[in-house]
Design a protein. Structure first.
Length: 229
């Protein structure tokens, strides 16, 4: 392979890599505004009023809520539309399958036909339950404005409240959702590094072929010239 041909191959590699990057750029730009759940942290800030024996925590990678009832009374978690969603007693947990929250949380195959009267289904013999509560999360399709403007620093996104009743008395579980900030390289920077690495490897291989061919040509002795009488 001659030097001009190697250079043409190297240019083709460079053009192909740049073409891949160019086609990927719109997708990367489109994906950047989407939320990244691993950078959100939900925390409980207060239980008002404090109730002895009532314990709540944010748990799991998805930020689920865990409630443990050692109050000796009935705790009812109020759902998204103000309906009774969970009933937690010293003998276990009942779920209202006529609650829209049960369906929205993925625990029912379809919305309940009627939500007027609670229909309790026993789901646990322990006074502890873990559920995914959308009120403690960012549910937008794009990042919050404060995060979109500066994703690399921590921000408070929102305050949330999950209402309960304990023995018929209202209790509010309050918390906040925060953005932890991006660390390391952005997706676009990683893509550019990958493209640069691909181009660099291609050029290095091409130049190595050139050097090897030229050295091989130098080692081959010229054929003797035949002189005829």
């Amino acid at each position: 392979m001659t030097t001009p041909r190697v250079l043409r191959v190297a240019c083709c590699i460079l053009a192909a890599a740049l073409g891949v990057w160019w086609m990927a750029s719109p997708a990367l730009a489109h994906s950047r505004p989407l939320p990244d759940s691993s950078h959100y942290r939900s925390t409980i800030t207060a239980i008002q009023p404090r109730v002895p024996g009532l314990a709540l925590a944010v748990t799991g990678a998805d930020g689920s809520l865990r409630l443990t009832n050692h109050t000796g009374r009935t705790v009812v978690v109020i759902g998204y539309t103000g309906e009774p969603y969970l009933r937690i007693t010293p003998s276990g947990v009942d779920e209202n399958v006529a609650s829209l929250s049960s369906w929205l949380n993925g625990r029912l195959p379809q919305p309940p036909a009627s939500q007027q009267v609670p229909q309790w289904r026993h789901v646990s013999d322990r006074p502890t339950f873990i559920w995914h509560d959308y009120r403690t999360h960012w549910m937008g399709l794009q990042r919050p404005p404060v995060v979109a403007a500066d994703p690399h620093h921590p921000h408070k996104v929102l305050d949330w409240t999950v209402p309960l009743t304990v023995g018929g008395e209202p209790v509010a579980v309050k918390g906040s959702l925060n953005w932890t900030g991006l660390t390391g390289l952005s997706t676009l920077a990683i893509a550019l590094i990958a493209v640069a690495g691909t181009v660099g490897v291609g050029l290095a291989v091409a130049m190595a072929v050139v050097v090897r061919k030229e050295r091989a040509a130098e080692r081959v002795p010229p054929e003797p010239i035949q002189v005829s009488d």
